[in-house]
Design a protein around this ligand. Structure first.
Ligand code: ZN
Length: 135
């Protein structure tokens, strides 16, 4: 089941500048910054009520964020939906004809994530994310 908008991902070119902008906009600093080496991405999370804003910085030429910035420039990159069971939800959605990108993997902020292709979701890259159980 999809239970809420977990976060909105925004691709940024200059994280220092963008962090200043979002600190001013929201009135507080990001609560977490995380390097996801496998994806060539550094993230900065801001809490906004029960949802979050995730700034995405490219740290590698091969990163999908780098490709996005080259092609489209800065801006909204993806919409992340919180799910209780990512495997069940993927099965439901692929049965309905949604296309996925890649496999379920470990993402930022202690989550299991998977992406739905924008061509099957009205042009929006959608990330499904499930909270990993705290041990
Ligand atoms: Zn995300």
């Amino acid at each position: 089941m999809i239970t809420k908008i977990e976060h909105i991902g925004i691709a940024v070119k200059d994280p220092k500048k963008s962090n200043e902008i979002f600190e001013k906009l929201l009135g507080h600093a990001s609560f977490k910054s995380e390097l996801i080496e496998s994806q060539g991405v550094k993230t900065y999370f801001y809490q906004v009520g029960e949802s979050k804003i995730e700034l995405l910085e490219s740290t590698s030429d091969k990163s999908p964020i780098n490709k996005y910035l080259q092609k489209r420039g800065e801006g909204m990159h993806h919409l992340a939906l919180h799910v209780e069971d990512i495997h069940l939800e993927l099965e439901r959605l692929t049965n309905l004809g949604f296309e996925t990108i890649g496999e379920v993997s470990k993402g930022a902020d202690n989550k299991l994530i998977c992406f739905l292709h924008p061509k099957s979701t009205s042009g929006v890259l959608i990330e499904l994310c499930q909270e990993l159980n705290q041990l």
